[in-house]
Design a protein around this ligand. Structure first.
Ligand SMILES: [Ca+2]
Length: 205
């Protein structure tokens, strides 16, 4: 069977066929994720050239959008069924392979270098497994992406680049549960999840 699709940013979910039920044998699925605005980069390049100012190079660099993929669940028949993840849009090009994933441990975060990422799921003719679920998000290069704002809460800090810190607060009737402060780490991952604002009365009961 064939499956998969072309996907766009800014974010979404990819699951193996039939997830959370076992995927088929002989599955051959291809997904290509592309950022929402691939033209954005060349637009900035032209602007720099026109201005002739080297200092304008920084906004260009920090505005390049890339794809971040985070697995929530992962279980493929070890050694026989594989998920290959690559950079760019040339599906199957061995020079662009980032990871060849199999087995049942949840992989680390995968971050592309360009504005596209491809995934190729290939299963053999026997024995299936649960499959996988992954969330993709478009982020600025050198950043962790927008983690969001808690419902009934607010956030201090508006930049999501490496080393940047965000601080969360909740409205007066609500208590903050989780990390008050998170930092964007070099691996493009926040040091913690966005916290929740929980009604104080609910906490007591
Ligand atoms: Ca198999």
């Amino acid at each position: 069977i064939t499956c998969g699709s072309n996907l766009r940013g800014p974010s979404g979910i990819i699951t193996s066929p039939n997830y959370p039920v076992q995927y088929e044998n002989n599955a051959h699925c291809v997904w290509v994720i592309t950022t929402t605005d691939p033209e954005k980069v060349s637009f900035f390049l032209e602007m720099i050239h026109f201005q002739g100012e080297l200092t304008l190079f920084l906004p260009f660099c920090s505005n390049q959008q890339i794809i971040k993929l985070r697995f929530e669940e992962f279980d493929l028949e070890r050694g026989y069924d594989t998920l290959t993840v690559g950079d760019g849009g040339k599906v199957g090009d061995t020079r662009t392979v980032l990871y060849a994933l199999t087995g049942s441990s949840v992989p680390d975060l995968v971050v592309s270098m360009s504005n596209q990422m491809w995934l190729h799921l290939q299963s053999d003719e026997t024995i299936g497994s649960l499959g996988f679920k992954a969330l993709y998000q478009e982020i600025e290069k050198g950043s962790c992406g927008d983690p969001g704002i808690p419902v009934y809460g607010k956030r201090r800090g508006t930049s999501f680049l490496h080393g940047d810190t965000l601080t969360f607060e909740c409205q007066s009737a609500f208590e903050l549960v989780g990390e008050r402060t998170i930092t964007c780490q070099q691996n493009n991952q926040w040091s913690g999840n966005k916290p929740n604002c929980v009604c104080k009365n609910d906490l007591k009961s």
